[in-house]
Design a protein around this ligand. Sequence first.
Ligand code: IPM
Ligand code: MN
Length: 351
Amino acid sequence: MYKIAVIPGDGVGPEVVREGLKVLEKVAIICGFGYKLINYEFGGDYYLKHKEVLPISALSELREMSAIYLGAVGHPSVKAGILEKELLLKIRFELDQYVNLRPVKLYPNVWTPIKDKTSQDIDFIVVRENTECLYTGLGGFLKKGTLDEVAIQEAIYTRKGTERCIRYAFEFAKNRNKRNKVTLCDKSNVLTYGHDLWQRVFHEVGEEYPEVEKDHAYVDATCMWMVKNPEWFDVIVTCNMFGDIITDLGAVIQGGMGVAAGGNINPEGVSMFEPIHGSAPKYAGKNQINPLASILALAMMLANLGEEKAALKVEEAVSQVLATGRIRDMGAGKMGITTSEVGDLVKEFIS
Ligand code: IPM
Ligand code: MN
């Protein structure tokens, strides 16, 4: 019996989560596992009402879950940074979800802006470090608001944090057994301390994996290759900040935010799964957002729970829905079919 925390969140979050849960209901029956949903109303509205983003008690409850299924956070009436820092990043950090796993996979029948590339070419995964780098919030101001103002935003890299993320990437490449390759994406030609550490750890850990090919690309070049030769990549391992940036590019080449899913993984603890798109307030409540990213995040959650068969069924059903051509465009407001119809279709294809 799995205990799944559900945080629908803001904007279109509740709509896409609803579709995911619809699919979960069916696949659980077919695969014969039970689960209990524990709903949390956190997000912009909760914050505006309670003047608190995430009560400390909730954090300890989340630690006891089998997994967390998240919609989206971001509210037009809440200053940017508050919900991101106090909800999303807080859970990632406090639950030590040290890997952000983001598949970049172009499913058949999905349009990519890259000419002449097919689903054969675009199928790799980004292992983004998820607890360090520029994201720790360390830094501060000096003489704020004056002409002499100094702003410091520090990037932190620890030996332990770097090593566990890189090791995860090598293990992933080995188990995935596709191209057996890990590409380190960094900026070690400029970040000569932080990414020097990444370089050293990459080579050291890499020695434990003689069967896995090691490759390196600076982050700027990575962006170029992702567009020009995406087929070169298998597993990309990178720091938090660069992982954030290159996975938006990844989302675009795989057909857009409508189909890009991710998992915040603590291999020894509780992981959280989410579509990588935001709350898209413009589309909230309109039944026009693409729920496939959220449904694919559900598939990742099932795999993480050890329900491999269920995960495959969901992914396969998504492929079949895409193959019907019923979704004209992956983008919100352009699908030519409603959010709930997409969810229903996925559900139908699960058997
Ligand atoms: C993401 C998002 C978050 C991040 C924001 C909302 C803090 O862009 O999940 O990629 O930067 O990690
Ligand atoms: Mn991002």
